[in-house]
Design a protein around this ligand. Structure first.
Ligand SMILES: [Fe+2]
Length: 201
């Protein structure tokens, strides 16, 4: 980003902070119109990317549930599957808010993470070891989503899209909770995996 642009953004953010009621564009915004439209394009592209990712996850998570052994892990994944199905609709709402058609664009990063999860499930024996692998793969997915929704939420705020920012923040919290739940599952499952290995020897 050019220095001039950075300066403009800092100034704009300062202006936004000083007004509590401002949600839509004002005359101040027109000065940054060009930059905003570029950010809007980035926002829309990232939204298309995460829309594809969420849809891909609605197909990938059921496979993880099927391959998991632990009841706690299965329940956590099933719960997040439901959330993910809702998130698809929430992202569609955001598209609607910006007056754009919901379009999915292949997210290479998520495609890679899903592929990695499939490989882990194939390469590990059923039981705690495979469960540990599923948790690791699941947490990588969550962290990608946390990064994306964090960015999207920030863009929405800068663009003055408060309603969109609220929805994106809601999803962000769900992803953070899902990540924490998986950490909770890992606490017992990782130990079981080590015990399982010791029994085999
Ligand atoms: Fe998600």
């Amino acid at each position: 980003m050019r220095f001039e642009t950075v300066k403009k953004y800092k100034l704009k953010q300062k202006n936004m902070k000083s007004t509590t009621t401002k949600t839509k564009s004002t005359s101040e915004d027109s000065e940054y119109g060009m930059e905003e439209s570029k950010l809007m394009k980035l926002f829309e592209d990232s939204l298309k990317d995460i829309y594809w990712a969420e849809k891909a996850l609605t197909k990938a998570i059921p496979k993880m549930v099927k391959k998991a052994t632990s009841g706690e892990l299965k329940a956590a994944l099933e719960n997040h599957l439901q959330e993910t199905e809702e998130q698809v609709k929430k992202v569609e709402q955001v598209f609607e808010m910006i007056g754009k058609k919901a379009v999915a664009k292949k997210c290479e990063a998520m495609a890679g993470l899903v592929k990695e999860a499939e490989e882990i499930m194939e390469e590990t024996e059923e039981g705690a070891m495979r469960d540990a692998g599923i948790i690791a793969a699941g947490q990588k997915v969550e962290h990608y989503e946390i990064a994306t929704y964090g960015t999207l939420k920030t863009y929405a705020r800068i663009l003055g899209l408060e309603d969109a920012a609220t929805i994106l923040e809601e999803i962000l919290e769900e992803e953070k909770n899902a990540d924490q739940t998986l950490t909770g599952c890992a606490e017992t499952i990782n130990l079981q995996a080590v015990e399982e290995e010791a029994e085999e020897e």
